[in-house]
Write a protein that binds this ligand. Structure first.
Ligand code: SAM
Length: 454
């Protein structure tokens, strides 16, 4: 592989005697990974036995190497959100963030959603996750992945870090900052990243990373954690940025117990060895960096960071109440579960937020769990609702083998046969793929048009 000379010189300084091994890693194969969504499947072993899995990722409880030539995005388990394609070294980040019993978490640079869907699986319905992406097109892809993985306590926003920082001072217990970076660690996987590389680019990335982290710091509670990560080797974008946060804000660089098998950070700053690096010549993954930073100071009474009071609406909203009633009627007929939370109506779409969150004036793509739409005084369930529930939560469901014609037909958008009645969950084995509406031995297809196979 043709690598820039200046990059090679810098890598010689970084890895020293291991440089030849490091360079040889560019001629070895890329490791493909999947992460099992355990919040969807109680029996992980059963899922693994149905997939072309090659082995466990050492630093991630639910991460596995997989033969991607035998696994595509059209696999019914992928459509059901049972697994997520993820680069193995990227699985370090959400795995290492400490979680409390009722965690309020922000994923600040979240698209396409690898870390969001990982941390949400670990939260398993507890607390609140705000998943943010600054680029609108990417925020929409993030939102689709949030839906597919069945995340019910997650809001997707399309904001700049500074706008969020105004809204959520000292609000979060944990913040993931998987920052935009020079991508040196991805050269083997994405060779086009080499063309964009220059020393100036790594330095400008470092400036941007520090700006993003300044905003993240404002949103963190005292005692809370920022997990900062990049997919680059650059010292300026990694240890230097960690040092910046430790010095500027007196943040503590913490041990990440589940990543103890990885290399430590480089440099002579206090605790810098507690940072973690993935190297492709040492580990089965692309280059990555992670550091866990703890906020030691209280900024809650700091004027610049002061919290705004949540606005309460003055009078009850009748159209919201009507929508809730229609949903409750639907729920009684179609589901075996009663969902709880804060109902919100956006136009004719009803959402359920995990708790009251002030989202006024924010660009919100997904305001919690999308329950459905009010259409001419009746309720039509959203695809997201089918994915947030397990098969047992539906009064009616039909299940087909993953290799069956019925599943292929359903994912293609065709009518299928089945003996349910009314709204029903269509499942591949035990996992819900989407809605159908059954009558007279036939099931009308409600799989979203944009997701159908061609
Ligand atoms: C490394 S990617 C995130 C990958 C994601 N965390 C995942 O696991 O799928 C970095 C993201 O930061 C976003 N970004 C770019 N500039 C930004 C900025 N100034 N502030 C916040 N995010 C930014 C990019 O659009 C990109 O989606």
């Amino acid at each position: 592989m043709d690598l820039p000379n200046e990059f090679c010189e810098r890598m010689k300084l970084l890895v020293g005697d291991e440089y030849d091994e490091f360079i040889k890693s560019y001629d070895t194969k890329i490791n493909q990974g999947i992460r099992i969504n355990t919040s969807k499947c109680a029996d992980k072993e059963k899922v693994l036995s149905a997939l072309p899995v090659l082995g466990q990722v050492e630093w991630c409880k639910d991460g596995y190497y997989a033969d991607k030539s035998k696994l595509s995005g059209n696999h019914p388990y992928h459509a059901a959100g049972v697994f997520y394609f993820q680069e193995p070294s990227a699985m370090t980040v959400a795995e290492g963030l400490p979680l409390s019993d009722d965690p309020h978490i922000l994923d600040l640079c979240a698209a396409p959603g690898g870390k969001t869907t990982h941390i949400a699986a670990r939260m398993n319905g507890r607390g609140v996750l705000i998943s943010n992406e600054i680029i609108t097109k990417r925020a929409k892809i993030l939102s689709e992945n949030v839906e597919r993985m069945g995340l019910s306590s997650t809001l997707v926003t399309n904001e700049s870090p500074s706008r969020l920082a105004e809204k959520f001072p000292s609000y979060f217990d944990g913040i993931i900052v998987d920052a935009p970076c020079s991508g040196e660690g991805m050269f083997r996987k994405e060779p086009q990243a080499v063309d964009e590389w220059s020393i100036e680019h790594t330095l400008s990335c470092a400036v941007r990373q520090k700006n993003i982290l300044d905003d993240a710091y404002k949103m963190l509670k005292q005692g809370g954690y920022i997990m900062y990560s990049t997919c680059t080797f650059s010292f300026d974008e990694n240890e230097k940025v960690a040092q910046y946060m430790a010095e500027k804000y007196n943040m503590e660089i913490c041990e990440i117990p589940c990543l103890s098998m990885l290399s430590g950070g480089i440099g002579d700053f206090a605790n810098i060895e507690k940072c973690r690096r993935v190297f492709p010549h040492k580990n089965m993954g692309e280059g990555h960096f992670a550091v866990l930073l703890k906020k030691t100071e209280n900024t809650e009474n700091n004027k610049a960071f002061s919290k705004k009071k949540l606005k309460k609406s003055a009078k009850p909203d009748t159209s919201l109440n009507d929508a809730i009633k229609l949903y409750r009627d639907f729920e009684k007929n179609a589901l075996n579960t009663e969902l709880d939370g804060k109902f919100v109506l956006f136009g004719d779409t009803l959402y359920l937020m995990p708790e009251e969150i002030d989202i006024e004036k924010l660009r919100v793509i997904r305001c919690g769990l999308q329950l459905g739409t009010i259409k001419k005084n009746r309720f039509e369930p959203a695809h997201a609702l089918s994915h947030a529930l397990s098969k047992e939560c539906f009064k009616n469901s039909v299940s087909f083998d993953i290799n069956s014609d019925e599943i292929k037909k359903y994912m293609h958008g065709d009518i299928i046969s089945g003996t349910a009645n009314g709204w029903c969950a269509v499942c591949a084995d035990d996992y819900v793929i989407g809605w159908g509406k059954a009558s007279g031995g036939q099931i009308k297809n409600h799989y979203p048009k944009g997701l159908r196979t061609v």
